[in-house]
Ligand binder design. Structure first.
Ligand SMILES: C[S@@+](CC[C@H](N)C(=O)[O-])C[C@H]1O[C@@H](n2cnc3c(N)ncnc32)[C@H](O)[C@@H]1O
Length: 362
């Protein structure tokens, strides 16, 4: 049987998440979490202590609970919550309503919070696009794409989205998925990319054909972001149309099986916000493998590694990262002895790609 976490530890985790949500412009979700904390003290939410695990911050328990509330609203299992979550008036949420929700839907909430949050942020494609276009310009070759940690695989459709920034646009304007990042810095070269193959893996892939899995994905978009939810829905529909598949596989094994030079193609490994989920040993082994392969690659069968990942404090501080931006687009290239590039920072990005400060190649 799972041990109950101490009430003060859970309260502190909830308080921390409330502050984050307020900071990130999600006051409605912040209030739902704050009221759940009150309902724990009052009794109806006390069972959450037995579900939260020993480290509720690390386990993102407050986010799991916020997701469960949103799921109850999205599915209309709770009609009153559905109405409140549609109107999004923070004042309509009260401790009585949250306490009743916790009491009434204990089984649903218990099942929902048992697994970790799952997200797939398509806004990140805008930051990766700058790298893809740079590679398309440099190499007049079709792409062989390999994505790791792809989640539901929605970023597999990056080349079918329309990107509209203040200074440039790219893609099909009639695409159902429209990304509108605030792009600061030089425009990428607005060329086209040909793709011969695109494969993806995730250790816990989200099956977009499974309505329960899709509900979980939708529930983790905060309720006060309806435009983001609509964009997610459009991306899911597009990925279904394109027949996107994500193989259940560990990144290290998937790379070992698939990342290899292919004459006439530029083989690109890409990923976003998944690197820190790997063990230190896997990160070291993958980096060493890629470095060795890139050194051996030729101009006829080049390799590239493109990623959008959080960067360590010193690296972020050494560049022109806008304050608070700790995600960078980085690129490695191996294309023969005269073309070896390592850890080139192409730009910095808001974690969801809402703003991108682009440097371009140096
Ligand atoms: C924060 S999500 C990011 C998903 C997606 N790349 C995006 O940007 O929206 C991290 C993903 O990495 C996956 N992941 C974690 N460890 C992994 C591993 N060892 N191999 C493959 N995928 C992994 C998780 O299952 C999760 O789907």
């Amino acid at each position: 049987m799972t041990m109950a976490v101490a009430a003060d530890i859970l309260q502190s985790a909830f308080a921390q998440q409330v502050r984050w949500n307020e900071k990130l412009g999600a006051p409605f979700t912040a209030r739902a979490i704050a009221l759940a904390a009150a309902a724990i003290d009052q009794g109806p939410g006390a069972y959450l202590l037995g579900l939260a695990g020993p480290d509720p911050v690390d386990g993102a328990f407050a986010l799991r609970l916020a997701g469960a509330f949103h799921a109850l609203a999205l599915t209309r299992r709770d009609q009153r919550l559905a109405r409140i979550y549609t109107d999004l008036r923070t004042a309509d949420l009260s401790v009585e309503i949250i306490a009743e929700t916790l009491r009434h839907h204990q089984d649903f909430i218990t099942a929902f919070v048992a697994s970790p949050p799952q997200t797939n942020e398509i806004g990140r494609s805008a930051a990766l696009l700058g790298g893809f276009l740079l590679l398309a310009q440099r190499f007049a070759m079709p792409f062989r794409l390999i994505e790791i940690g792809a989640s539901a695989g929605l970023n597999q459709a990056w080349h079918r989205f329309f990107y509209q920034t203040p200074t440039w646009s790219w893609g099909d304007p009639s695409s159902p998925v429209q990304l509108t990042p605030d792009w600061v810095g030089p425009s990428p070269v607005l060329t086209t990319a040909r793709i011969t193959q695109s494969i993806a893996c995730d250790v816990a892939p989200i099956d977009i054909a499974d309505p329960d899995a899709v509900l979980r994905l939708r529930s983790y978009v905060w309720a006060e972001q309806p435009a983001r939810l609509a964009r997610l829905d459009a991306a899911i529909a597009l990925a279904r149309d394109l027949g996107v598949r994500v193989k259940k596989a560990d990144a290290r094994a998937f790379i070992a099986q698939n990342f290899a030079p292919t004459p006439g193609n530029l083989t690109i490994l890409f990923h976003s916000v998944m690197w820190n989920y790997l063990s230190e040993a896997d990160r070291t082994a993958i980096s060493a493998q890629l470095d060795g392969q890139m050194r051996a690659a030729t101009a006829q069968a080049p390799l590239a590694w493109l990623r959008l990942e959080p960067v360590a404090g010193a690296l972020a501080a050494s560049g022109d990262a806008p304050s608070g931006f700790v995600h960078a687009v980085q690129l490695d290239i191996g294309a023969g002895p005269d073309c070896q590039i390592r850890e080139q920072i192409l730009g910095y990005s808001h974690p969801h790609g809402a703003q991108i400060n682009w440097r371009g190649p140096i």
